[in-house]
Design a binder for this molecule. Structure first.
Ligand code: ATP
Length: 310
C-alpha cells in the first residue's frame, strides 16, 4: 500500500520546556485504520495537532499526499479532517449550518447531496435544523465528525473519539468508522482504550513519553507478543514446583492448587503435551486445563510497564 501520509523526524518541545515528542517517524498507508495508543500525556494529541497544522513542530517534516504540511499548509490541510476531543462549535447554530460552514471554510461549496449523505450516515439528518445546544452529548460528538467530513477529506483524524461516551454509542462510533473506511477514508485515531484499538485498527502505534515505541500490524503484534497461558488444575495441591519441571516456564497458582505454564503464542506448541506427559509420569493428577490468550491490553501493559521498569 502506498503511504498517504509521511511523518519524518517530527519533534516538539513546548515553550514551557516540556518535550512532548522525540523525533517521530511514521508512514500511514492509504485506506487503513491506524490506532495511536498511549497513556495520558504520551504525546498523541500533540502529534495529530502537528499533522493537522494546529501546533508547530520543533523539527521534522510531514508530507500529506505530496504536499508539505508546513510549507504548503493550505493544500495539505484540505486533505485532512480533524475530530477534536473537545466541542468546538457555535452552540446557537443549527447542525446543517455548522456543517455547511465547515465545508466553505475549506473553499468548497455546494454539493448538498454529499452533506446530506454525511448527516444521514451519522443519524443526524432528522436533527439538521436543531441547534447544537439542543443535542445530547452523543449527538454533539456526531456533529464534530460531520464537521470534520464536510470538506471530503481523504484522511480523518479522530482524537479520542469515544472518551466518556457510553458503551452503545462507542459501538455505534466503531461501526461508523468502519463504514467511513469502506468509503475510502484513511483513519487515524488516538485512544487510550486498548479495546478500541483491538476492535478497529489494522495497525497500532504505541506512543509512550513522546516516543513511538512500536508500530505494527495488530494481528502480527498479538501473534508476536501475545503470550498464552495454560492453567492446570491439580487434584492435590503442591507446595513447590517439582524440579523435574524445570524445562517448562511453570509456576504455582491458587495456593498450589494449579500450575500455570506460560509460552509465546507462536512458539513451541509441543511444550504442553510434553508437560502433561511429565505430570502423569510424576503421578501429579490434574482435573482441568484452561488456556488463556493475551489481549492487546496485556501486551500494552507489558510493553509500557517494561519500559517504565527499564
Ligand atoms: N500547549 C501545551 N503547552 C505545554 N505543554 C503541553 C501543551 N500541550 C500538551 N503539553 C504537554 O505535552 C505532553 C503530551 O501531551 P498530549 O496532550 O500530546 O498527550 P496525549 O497523549 O494526547 O494525552 P491525553 O491522552 O491525556 O490526551 C504532556 O506532558 C502535556 O502536559
Amino acid at each position: 500500500m502506498p503511504a498517504i501520509l509521511t511523518v519524518a523526524g517530527v519533534s516538539k518541545t513546548y515553550d514551557s520546556g516540556t518535550t512532548a515528542l522525540s523525533p517521530i517517524d511514521l508512514e500511514i498507508e492509504k485506506g487503513e485504520i491506524f490506532a495511536l495508543l498511549g497513556p495520558n500525556g504520551a504525546g498523541k494529541t500533540t502529534l495529530i495537532s502537528i499533522i493537522c497544522g494546529i501546533v508547530t513542530p520543533s523539527g521534522g517534516t510531514i508530507d500529506v499526499m505530496g504536499h508539505d504540511a508546513i510549507k504548503d499548509f493550505r493544500a495539505a490541510r484540505r486533505l485532512v479532517g480533524l475530530v477534536p476531543q473537545e466541542l468546538s462549535v457555535d452552540m446557537f447554530e443549527t447542525v446543517l449550518a455548522t456543517v455547511k460552514f465547515s465545508r466553505r471554510l475549506f473553499g468548497r461549496s455546494g454539493h448538498d447531496a454529499y452533506i446530506e449523505q454525511v448527516l444521514r450516515d451519522l443519524s443526524l439528518w432528522d436533527k439538521r435544523h436543531a441547534k447544537i445546544m439542543e443535542l445530547s452529548g452523543g449527538m454533539k460528538r456526531r456533529v464534530l465528525i460531520a464537521k470534520a467530513l464536510a470538506h471530503e477529506p481523504d484522511i480523518l483524524f479522530l482524537d479520542e473519539p469515544t472518551a466518556g461516551v457510553d458503551v452503545s454509542l462507542r459501538r455505534d462510533m466503531w461501526k461508523l468508522i468502519h463504514r467511513l473506511r469502506t468509503r475510502g477514508v484513511t483513519i487515524i485515531l488516538t485512544t487510550h482504550y486498548i479495546e478500541e484499538a483491538e476492535e478497529m485498527a489494522d495497525r497500532v502505534g504505541v506512543i509512550d513519553k513522546g516516543k513511538l515505541v512500536l508500530v505494527e500490524r495488530k494481528t502480527e503484534l498479538m501473534k508476536r507478543l501475545g503470550k498464552r497461558e495454560v492453567l492446570v488444575s491439580l487434584r492435590e495441591p503442591l507446595r513447590a514446583v517439582p524440579a523435574a519441571l524445570a524445562n517448562w516456564d511453570v509456576e504455582l497458582a491458587d495456593e498450589g492448587h494449579s500450575l500455570r505454564h506460560s509460552f509465546v503464542a507462536d512458539g513451541d506448541r509441543d511444550g504442553i503435551p510434553a508437560l502433561l506427559a511429565k505430570l502423569r509420569e510424576l503421578d501429579i493428577d490434574f482435573t482441568d486445563l484452561e488456556t488463556h490468550r493475551s489481549s492487546l491490553e496485556d501486551i500494552f501493559v507489558d510493553l509500557v510497564g517494561r519500559k517504565d521498569a527499564a
